[in-house]
Design a protein around this ligand. Structure first.
Ligand code: PMP
Length: 425
């Protein structure tokens, strides 16, 4: 169905037909939810062995009694796992509490208020501070910026990562841009993996940026592949070391979508110097992380091979859901010009771009037919998608049957909104 080739009469009868189908769904009074990207209960069940796994043995491999205070940067055995996930040295990692988001917030706090290279390096001394935000992106990164009054400068995403020509030109011309948010693997929400050339260019970026520039490398989906032979992400820290920019890279990941989302372990990867600085301020707010939980994780996931086979069980649950979403998009919308999307091979999201000006109406129409979607605009700084196009679909929680109905409604809403837009043009 190419709307441009339809006459006004054809458009009108199509509208009547689609509106009738839409009304039939409305009458069913459904309640379906494709909003936040969290694991389903079935996925959470995969890690229930955590409960009771210590069986009274609280001793870590270095003899630490995990029930007690201390160990600010985490247990050696869990740091080893975090370092392997991020592809960095075991001395370049800190294992914290349950949320990498907290570590990101604390790193922004460190850079903004305290400075990573001495108090005089704190961003706050330089007046108005900005951060580059590849868009569409992760709303909680944007919320951190807002909390610090950091102005967000959007940069377009491509299928290879941020548009590097645009990003380089921005940071070169504006030294008040002090950082960039990156979700390099199965990006939230577009699901793409940054190409080797993009990772290389990002490793070089601090050389052309103002002083104190930081790359926030949020590798939340580092091991969250849905296919057997996933594309590898280039190693930013190795490239940064060659470029001499290693002190400008802070990396994050967590077990949130590996084990129990609310009760996992988060990691910060950075140079020894940056970690030492970070720990100096961290120790003001805590004596140490929950080492009992870290030990539980280390016992259940002692090495990368165990982690990988655990992730395959997640993939077996998630992949059919991604396939379902993509089937509806491909079967109903491919070739129509009514939207664009990527086909992610991992992560938690599928991102859909409607025709300009329609995302809000599609989200509203879907809600009125019983399908809750992430609010349009949430994937942009300040909630403002300038073209009103992007919708993030999160298929992990609904059952396959629910997802199928939700997608029938979604594609119907996209078609109906597009036809109505064309009719009123
Ligand atoms: N980063 C990204 C890109 C995410 O999508 C999410 C979860 N939606 C997080 C971080 C949150 O991670 P954590 O649970 O470790 O705070």
């Amino acid at each position: 169905m190419q709307l441009q080739s339809l006459s006004q009469d054809q458009l009108q009868s199509l509208e009547v037909e689609l509106a009738a189908a839409y009304q039939a769904f409305q009458e069913k009074k459904l309640s379906l939810d494709l909003t936040r990207g969290k694991p389903s209960s079935e996925q959470l069940n995969l890690s229930d062995a955590l409960d009771g796994i210590l069986a009274g043995n609280y001793k870590a491999e270095d003899g630490t009694d995990c029930r007690n205070y201390g160990g600010l940067d985490g247990l050696p055995e869990i740091k080893r796992l975090g370092a392997a996930i991020l592809g960095i040295g075991e001395d370049e990692i800190l294992a914290g509490g349950n949320a990498s988001l907290t570590l990101m917030y604390q790193c922004v706090y460190q850079a903004y208020e305290l400075g990573f290279a001495g108090p005089e390096s704190a961003w706050r001394h330089e007046g108005k501070i900005k951060m580059a935000c590849p868009v569409p992106g992760y709303d909680r990164h944007f919320t951190i910026c807002e909390a610090f009054g950091i102005e967000m400068v959007p940069v377009a995403m491509t299928s290879d990562g941020p548009d590097m020509a645009e990003l380089e030109a921005l940071v070169k011309s504006d030294p008040s841009i002090k950082g960039v948010w990156c979700v390099p693997k199965y990006s939230n929400p577009t699901g793409i993996i940054y190409s080797d050339a993009v990772v290389q260019a990002i490793a070089e970026l601090p050389k052309v940026a103002g002083k104190g520039f930081l790359v926030f490398w949020d590798n939340a989906y580092a091991v969250h592949d849905l296919i057997d032979q996933p594309k590898a992400l280039a190693n930013i820290m190795n490239l940064a070391k060659t470029a001499g920019t290693e002190h400008s890279i802070v990396q994050f990941c967590s077990t949130s979508k590996i084990t129990h989302a609310g009760a996992g372990v988060a990691f910060l990867g950075a140079t020894n110097g940056n970690l030492a600085t970070f720990k100096n301020s961290l120790c003001v707010s805590t004596i140490g992380p929950d080492k009992v939980n870290q030990l539980r994780h280390a016992r259940m996931l002692p090495d990368m091979a165990t982690l990988e086979s655990h992730m395959q069980k997640h993939a077996a649950i998630l992949k059919p859901r991604f396939d379902m979403v993509l089937k509806y998009l491909n079967d109903d919308l491919a070739g129509t010009g009514l939207g664009n999307w990527e086909s992610p091979e991992g992560g938690y999201f599928i991102s859909f771009d409607t025709l300009p000006g329609l995302a809000k109406s599609v989200v509203k129409m879907a809600a009125e037919a019983g399908v809750k979607l992430t609010p349009a605009g949430a994937t942009y700084p300040y909630g403002k998608d300038p073209e009103d196009r992007n919708i993030r679909l999160a298929p992990s929680v609904p059952s396959l049957a629910e997802l199928e109905t939700a997608m029938q409604i979604f594609v119907l809403c996209v078609k109906l909104a597009s036809v109505r837009q064309r009719l009123s043009a």
